[in-house]
Design a protein around this ligand. Structure first.
Ligand code: BV8
Length: 226
């Protein structure tokens, strides 16, 4: 008997109704910069104050945000389902955890800092300075513990294993624009999973999904889970 395993990937759309801007909505709106130009190691080396400012602004937004019914429904599914539920997020906010879910952050976390010199990780303060001193090695190279464009996402081996075991793969609130996350549906499908996309609009990889549930996540996810 195949062990039932649901693997879920979430994106900014699942946190939109908690008041957190999505990339698509904020694209180019933030200080006239595209996220792809700000969220890179090169941007941090070139202008650390600009990049720290971008994440300080998002950390302040995140501190005021509450989980919405979509986050709570996914935590309920993880608790109640009589199989395994693996939740992977591209988001760097802490709303899945705040709703009680266990989540794999493949692109890092806003509330964590990383030293670019010694690799030390610590709880990020709300505001990080341009040259933020590392509490372990004291180098002025503390940065947000975020996976930027051109950097390898975290937990990829574990994620690939989950995709190959999935019997159902769901992508919720993601535009399917950024890889490797956008390719997960293909990996899961190749391994035999049934696939569904929950989104306001068709994503860039919509054609790879067997099924689509259209609407705002705070309505569609509880309906899908319950
Ligand atoms: C890698 C953290 C290789 C940052 C993010 C050229 C040069 C360098 C790299 C590349 C290149 N060309 C391609 C690449 C690869 C690159 C890439 O894919 N680029 C894109 C632009 C083409 N990828 C990478 O660089 C990745 N790394 O490839 O490494 C490697 C290999 C070996 C060794 C070393 C390296 C790393 C990418 C990670 C970047 N970091 N996030 C931060 O948060 O600030 S990406 C970020 O954007 C998100 O995390 C997410 O992954 C991505 C897209 O965001 P979404 O979550 O999908 O949000 P978006 O706004 O786009 O869409 C929202 C969706 O929600 C929409 O569909 C909307 O309809 C829907 N929605 C809105 N409201 C609701 C809703 N749905 C439901 N209900 C609602 N209410």
């Amino acid at each position: 008997m195949v062990q039932r395993k649901i693997v879920i990937l979430t994106g900014a759309g699942v946190s939109a109704e908690s008041g957190l801007q999505t990339f698509r909505a904020s694209d180019g709106l933030w200080h006239e910069h595209r996220v792809e130009d700000v969220a890179t190691p090169e941007a941090f080396a070139r202008d650390p104050a600009l990049v720290q400012d971008f994440y300080n602004m998002r950390r302040a937004q995140g501190a005021k945000a509450e989980p919405n019914p979509a986050h709570h429904a996914l935590a309920r599914l993880q608790a109640d389902y009589d199989g395994e539920v693996v939740l992977i997020t591209q988001n760097v906010d802490g709303l899945h955890e705040a709703a009680g879910a266990k989540v794999i952050h493949m692109h890092g976390q806003l509330d964590q800092a990383l030293c670019a010199t010694c690799g030390h990780r610590w709880a990020a303060p709300l505001e990080m300075q341009a040259q933020h001193p590392c509490p372990a090695c004291n180098a002025p190279t503390g940065r947000p513990d975020i996976v930027w464009f051109g950097e390898m996402p975290y937990h990829m081996d574990e994620i690939i294993d989950h995709l190959y075991d999935a019997t159902l793969f769901a992508a919720i609130g993601t535009s399917g624009r950024v890889y490797p996350a956008a390719g997960f549906v293909r990996e899961a499908k190749a391994a035999g999973a049934w696939t569904v996309e929950l989104n306001l609009d068709p994503s860039d990889v919509a054609r790879d999904f067997d099924n689509h549930i259209v609407g705002p996540a705070s309505t569609t996810v509880p309906a899908w889970v319950d």
